[in-house]
Unconditional design. Structure first.
Ligand SMILES: Cc1ncc(C[n+]2csc(CCOP(=O)(O)OP(=O)(O)O)c2C)c(N)n1
Ligand SMILES: [Mg+2]
Lengths: 339, 330
């Protein structure tokens, strides 16, 4: 079968995933602050004013109406908890937590309610909920709007966590997340919204829990997450000129983790560098390093290296922010240490 | 109302400083000189200034993402503010905070805040400190109409009431939270009346009339200083710019914007003091000129200040911590 594709942005791919799922399934609703915008204002009531702070949910209200595209007050504990309750009782809500840094405001509803209900109820409940949220530094947005924090959610039993790096993955993974019967936290890197790539027109699913080899190589495995996949690919391209052949694995889903893909690659390259924009302590990077030394110890010919942010909040000034974010150069340096 | 002449001059000078500062920030931002994003306070000057007119450096305020006006009203140095917005090492927060976290604890300014509803509990903490230590300090908590819907705001008002804390909650109802009108996000017909739920006085004030804000805030702050507990003021106002710079503001109409600009707080102040002979045109114009010079100077200072060194990223995380563990693992 020939599938029509065209080049669209990560932002458009996400919009399309939501649109297609809302068409397919009337129980899918979305809610969040200004996801349509202009609620109750005559001239924008039917078309929305914002479509989300960075435009991901633009024009969904025009097609689905305010009954299914709900602007919320700034009450994250309230509406994210309502999304959990609606999920348990028969809707498939997509709630938007504008910036992941705001999780503190509503964590009880995510962690003690959404994540644990099924278990505590002895398997009798399902929580088919997606929380979409923005991550990442590089915007000059400082300490409360720039974190990644996916490690916090990946740590928690009951939650699945997804962080796409390309428009193609963004669409297929978001569709999978919406159809999934468990609560999924879906992390969108704000610096990726304008990136573009080939995306099929119709619906397709990328299964949760499957990593993707974004570049094949034989000398070293670099495991990366979200925007760091592109940083790793740039490092790989620069090292190719020197005859160092880098394999880049895009994790795509953080929980469940595709252990097999990582171990398989390690068996081939025998070296591992993990690139993660999150803080280093108790991080996904540390988790993968632990996997390598636990289940992949016999493959390893060199120490495992982590390239991460420092153990600090995200600074405002660009000079410091660029220092904070892992760079291709730092990935290259780490690779040089192990090959 | 009897406001001493020196205070009147101070009120005008602070309001104009805020306006000129914000207009200039809009320009510098449009020129691409400021990293990140900025939320401007122009149009709402009377609220911050009318409240802070009753506070000293020993009193505290908490603020919002739209915090430049609160800083200026509380006396934070304008040069250090501008340098912060430019991300320079001479900034109020050494370039670590930027617009949304601009702060000066020495001036009792506990920070702009990137978290909507982040401030009210902190204000309770400052009030608690004053109560425990037995001082007459107060804390004023600025928050938006949007923040009025955040659980922390309600919890803080209840806490302040049961503990009789010297806190004044100042809701800046500028009619919108981002693109969402307050008539949508708020179930009540006004925010001031929510005070009844916490058994504290609640007053609805014209937030574009600095005399009205001054009077209402004066009573609330005096009550707090006397140890009689918190109050809630709802100041209705209007932000002239978009939610942030770059917002196309499709949700407001031209007519609405023009209507509010006709009630401009600075113009109204001028008219009142001139018509009542409290200050002269020359006095006001001299203040305008001094402020214009101060803002020019602040921009020059900011632009000629150095960027922080990249490694500065690793400082100020803790008071005491092994430095090697702050740096990168690799
Ligand atoms: C906890 C949290 N939720 C959402 C946001 C995003 N946000 C920033 S400002 C804002 C609107 C605030 O409205 P309001 O309190 O009325 O203040 P105004 O901008 O009108 O001054 C929103 C939703 C945030 N910063 N923090
Ligand atoms: Mg508002």
């Amino acid at each position: 079968m020939v599938v029509a594709t065209r080049v669209i942005s990560y932002r458009e791919a996400l919009n399309e995933a939501i649109r297609l799922e809302m068409r397919r399934d009337p129980t899918v609703v979305i809610m969040g602050e200004d996801i349509a915008g202009g609620a109750g204002i005559g001239h924008v009531e039917n078309v929305g004013a914002w479509g989300g702070v960075l435009g991901v949910t633009k024009s969904l209200v025009s097609e689905f109406g305010r009954q299914r595209v709900l602007d919320t007050p700034i009450s994250e504990a309230g509406f994210i908890g309502a999304a959990v309750g609606a999920a348990v009782t028969g809707l498939r809500p997509i709630a938007e937590l504008m910036f992941v840094d705001f999780f503190g405001v509503c964590m009880d509803q995510i962690f003690n309610q959404g994540a644990k209900l099924r278990y505590m109820f002895g398997g009798k409940a399902k929580v088919p909920l997606v929380i979409r949220t923005m991550i990442g530094a590089g915007f000059g947005a400082a300490g409360q709007h720039s974190g990644c924090h996916y490690a916090v959610f990946t740590h928690m039993p009951g939650l699945k966590t997804v962080a796409p790096a390309t428009p193609y993955d963004a669409k297929g993974l978001l569709i999978a997340a919406i159809r999934d019967d468990d609560p999924v936290i879906f992390f969108e890197h704000k610096l990726l919204y304008d990136t573009t790539g080939e995306v099929p027109e119709g619906e397709y699913v990328i299964p949760l829990g499957k990593a993707d080899v974004k570049r094949e190589g034989s000398d070293v495995t670099v495991v990366a997450i979200a925007r760091m996949v592109h940083v790793a690919l740039e490092a790989a391209a620069r090292l190719a000129g020197e005859g160092i052949d880098v394999e880049v694995i895009d994790l795509r889903t953080l929980s469940p983790l595709d252990e097999e893909a990582i171990l398989e690659s390690l068996a081939k390259t025998r070296r591992l560098v993990v690139v993660d924009e999150d803080n280093p302590r108790c991080s996904v990077a540390a988790d993968i390093a632990a996997l390598a030394v636990d289940k992949g110890f016999d493959y390893l010919d060199a120490p495992v290296k982590m390239v991460t942010a420092p153990h600090t909040p995200v600074p405002f000034s660009p000079s410091m922010e660029q220092f904070y974010i892992p760079s291709p150069q730092r990935v290259i340096d780490a690779i040089r240490e192990v090959v | 109302m009897d406001i001493p002449k020196g205070k009147l001059r101070w009120i005008y000078e602070r309001m104009v400083t805020i306006r000129r500062f914000e207009d200039r920030v809009a320009q510098e931002f449009a020129a691409g000189k400021l990293p990140g994003f900025v939320h401007l306070y122009a149009g709402e000057e009377a609220i911050a200034v009318g409240v802070c007119a009753h506070l000293t450096d020993r009193d505290y305020i908490t603020s919002t993402h739209r915090g430049h006006g609160h800083c200026i009203a509380k006396g934070v140095d304008v040069r250090s503010m501008m340098a912060e917005l430019f991300g320079r090492s001479t900034g109020a927060c050494k370039g670590k905070g930027g617009s949304m976290h601009i702060a000066d604890v020495d001036k009792g300014m506990l920070g702009a805040n990137g978290i909507v509803g982040g401030g009210p509990p902190l204000a309770c903490g400052a009030g608690l400190m004053a109560k425990v230590k037995g001082t007459d300090q107060v804390a004023a908590c600025f928050f938006g109409d949007g923040a009025a819907e955040q659980g922390t705001t309600h919890e803080a008002m209840n806490l302040a009431a049961i503990w009789k804390l010297p806190v004044v909650f100042v809701c800046e109802n500028n009619l919108y939270a981002e693109s969402t009108p307050w008539t949508y996000h708020c179930a009540a017909s006004d925010i001031a009346s929510r005070a009844a739920a916490y058994d504290m006085p609640g007053v609805l004030v014209d937030g574009a009339d600095v005399f009205a804000v001054y009077e209402a805030a004066g009573e609330a702050i005096a009550r707090a200083r006397r140890g009689e507990g918190p109050s809630l003021l709802e100041c209705r106002g209007f932000r002239y710019y978009g939610h942030f710079q770059g917002d196309a503001v499709t949700y407001r109409t031209k007519e609405e914007e023009e209507e509010y600009r006709r009630r401009d707080p600075i113009e109204r102040f001028r008219q009142t003091v001139l018509s009542q002979g409290l200050l002269t045109e020359d006095e006001l114009n001299a203040i305008d000129e001094a402020v214009a010079r101060e803002i020019d100077d602040a921009v020059r200072y900011a632009e000629s200040s150095p960027m922080p060194s990249p490694e500065e990223c690793l400082t100020d995380v803790y008071v005491d911590y092994p430095a090697a563990q702050l740096a990168f693992r690799h």
